[in-house]
Design a protein around this ligand. Sequence first.
Ligand code: GLN
Length: 457
Amino acid sequence: MNAPDRLTAAADAIERTMAQGLNAVLAYERETVVRQVHRDISGPLAGRAIGIKDNICTLEYPTTCASRILAGYQSPYEATAVERIKAAGGIIACKTNLDEFAMGSSTEHSAFGPTRHPHFPDRVPGGSSGGSAALVASGAVDVALGSETGGSVRQPAAFCGIVGFKPSYGRVSRFGLVAFGSSLDQIAVFGRRVQDVIDVVEVITGHDPNDSTSLAEPPLDVGRPPADLDGVVVGLPVECFPDDLDADVRAACDRAADAMRAGGARLRPVSLPHTELAVATYYVIAPAEASANLARYDGVRYGQRRGADAGREAMYRATRGAGFGPEVQRRILIGTYVLSAGYYEAYYGRAQATRARIAADYRHVFANGVDLLLTPTTPGPAFRMGEHVHDPVAMYRADQFVCGANLAGLPAVSVPAGATGAGLPLGVQLIGSVGADARVLSAAALLASHVAGGQLQ
Ligand code: GLN
């Protein structure tokens, strides 16, 4: 297909998905997609339509973070990842729905309405990057960008039956990614095939002087994935396989482990003793950083303003009270509390110390001969809409297997690994050491090809 036909086909596919009422798309214009053919569309992503989570700044569309406070906000610059995608010939197709400011695990916390699961409309697609996941899973786009602070790409990838990869912290520039928890945030990638994810990751990685935490590394080059897993040591953390683990999730992991063993890998039980503390640690650190990052939405510098005539304090209160939804307000309250004088040491200080222990657990395992870790991605399949939305702690707990990699800055991927008896997709997760992004992606490609070959079914 030539480039204009490709773009027309891409626009048609997005419009078909939009007509299904998934509410996965926050901004799209046929004209914006089709007219990008006038750009020089050559390069490794030539003519590929890419969905962009709406907390990543683009020039093509507004950037709202699915928040009333940024409704209609047009960024004056674009994220480095977006700039690189365009330079590689990629097409910015649409902006995708998310939990407000990427806070959530279901995309039910969007100010613009929840996104539905693409194949099970009474269920959530996961979150917070649920719009990107739903679009990729429904076939509207081949790849999409999401963001990860604590699993927001791997978890929806598992729920929707697709691949989701989070790079090592610092591997992809955060310039133009709206900040949530700056020490955790990374742009991350969805695809139906591992190779599609690799194609995008190779384009968006590499040092960026606009992000002081960006690693001084060249763009990732995964190369040709090896033909087998000969000599690869895969650790199975005992803490991720508790006795009460869901039977379908355990079966998915067993199938993945068998496939890796059949591919030549050696499997070994390992221990990450602080695993149990990961969720509590994450839900202190992420809100603490969020409360500082979201202080900028004060009605003066960005987006919506309310109560401008009532004095400064009243304007802050009116703007933030009306602009932020309940989950964002909850995070700001928790974050402000754990950072406040008198509580700082008891909460934030201890969470920082625990984070260091969690990271040390991983380092210890990787320093002792383990190349990759295999775990479930989620404790169960996609939950029903409304099931957890009024029980934040239950929603937070569902992040137990994913948030460790964010706390430790590790590369990690979720690969589809079959389904429950009712056909709900399940994912398994591979985690590597800092900088082992290529190894994680190569192993994921092999694992996924075993799925395609029927060995995991
Ligand atoms: N579920 C996590 C949270 O609500 C993850 C968010 C994310 O990765 N952006 O904070």
